[in-house]
Design a protein around this ligand. Structure first.
Ligand code: SF4
Ligand code: SF4
Length: 339
């Protein structure tokens, strides 16, 4: 079922949904970007529909609504442990096709990567629903078409595309469909927009032969990459975290445990007892990250980890292009295969 509704009607739908949901969406922050004249598009809870940025890709992915950068898991005393409360209201999160495809990657890691599911992830996952923002055009650095993540046909309660000053919405959820009808929506067949062509293309090798691990292509990143980790923190599919126990100062045995996002590109990630560090050079870290995204994850779960959103390229202060690296790995793999 689909509806075409005026922006005012859409605002009424969002207002009605706020009775049930906390609504999180990409919001444009003037001048909050990398330079003073650059905006940032960040996720936050919205109060009305006009705050939703529909025309640009968010800097951070919708992942952070599900796996916050810092999350208190539980509180502890000497005798007891208490799980942190979650806001009882379910969340409705706006995301693009790449964000929704990334959910399958997060689910694989948190729910199917061993005997136990991650209970803290699972409880948030259960309380979250998604609204799809259609993509009328490809944004800079996107290569979702080559990754097969440019389109979703399910997993959202409604979609939204701003076309000719009106909101076009595919609304599979029958309860939410009633809200669109009540807001004056014209019932029509609507297909969410999706891109069929990106400017950026990647070729991923079927296998990565061992010589690629020692290929000089990685050395470039020893110098160029500064190990800031921005590429990881914006990635909708990076899942690494570290644990931090925060002890309250008045009583050093009482405190809370936090799960905090970590980055395989940042110093300290591979530190081990005795002063060892497995990947000291940034080129080695880059190799680990890239091969995890385009090879190792697939070996375990059967599909690619990277969804081709291009956010890592968007934010890298050294203008390092991850899609370029994929193509360099492919060239090195082809060359190694001919030897
Ligand atoms: S590695 Fe880069 S392009 Fe791939 S999903 Fe992560 S941020 Fe997006
Ligand atoms: S964002 Fe760029 S410089 Fe920073 S760690 Fe990633 S690749 Fe290196």
């Amino acid at each position: 079922m689909g509806y075409i509704v005026s922006p005012q009607g859409f605002a009424e739908v969002i207002a009605a949904l706020r009775d049930t949901y906390r609504i999180l969406a990409p919001v444009r922050k003037k001048g909050a970007g990398r330079f003073l004249d650059v905006d940032a598009i960040l996720y936050e809870e919205i109060a009305d529909a006009s705050q939703i940025e529909l025309n640009a890709k968010s800097d951070y992915a919708s992942k952070e609504c599900l796996t916050p950068l810092s999350e208190t898991l539980f509180y502890f005393t000497e005798q007891e442990r208490k799980e942190a409360d979650l806001d009882p209201r379910p969340m409705l999160v706006f995301g693009r096709s790449c964000d929704l495809h990334a959910l399958a990657r997060l689910d694989a890691v948190y729910l199917r990567n061993g005997k136990e599911k991650d209970a803290f992830y699972e409880r948030r996952r259960r309380s979250i629903r998604y609204a799809l923002i259609g993509c009328g055009e490809s944004f800079a650095n996107c290569f979702c078409v080559d990754m097969g993540t440019n389109r979703v046909t399910e997993g959202y309660v409604f979609s939204v595309d701003l076309i000719g000053g009106e909101i076009h919405a595919d609304v599979p959820d029958t309860e939410i469909a009633k809200l669109f009808a009540a807001a004056g929506g014209r019932e029509e067949s609507v297909v969410p927009r999706f891109v069929t062509e990106n400017q950026v293309h990647v070729s991923i090798p079927e296998t990565v032969p061992p010589p690629v691990l020692k290929d000089p292509l990685w050395d470039e990143y020893d110098a160029r990459c500064i190990g800031c980790g921005r590429c990881n923190f914006v990635c909708p599919t990076c899942t690494c975290y570290t644990m931090q126990d925060v002890f309250y100062t008045d009583n050093g045995k009482v405190g809370e445990r936090r799960r905090v996002a970590a980055s395989c590109m940042v110093d300290g990630y591979t530190n081990v007892a005795g002063g060892g560090q497995y990947r000291r050079k940034n080129g080695q870290r880059m190799r680990f990250k890239v091969l995890h995204k385009i090879s190792h994850f697939k070996k375990r779960f059967g599909f690619q980890m990277c969804v081709g959103c291009g956010r890592c390229d968007d934010v890298c202060p050294e203008y390092i292009s991850y899609s370029n690296i994929i193509n360099k790995v492919n060239a090195a793999a082809q060359a190694a295969g001919k030897e």
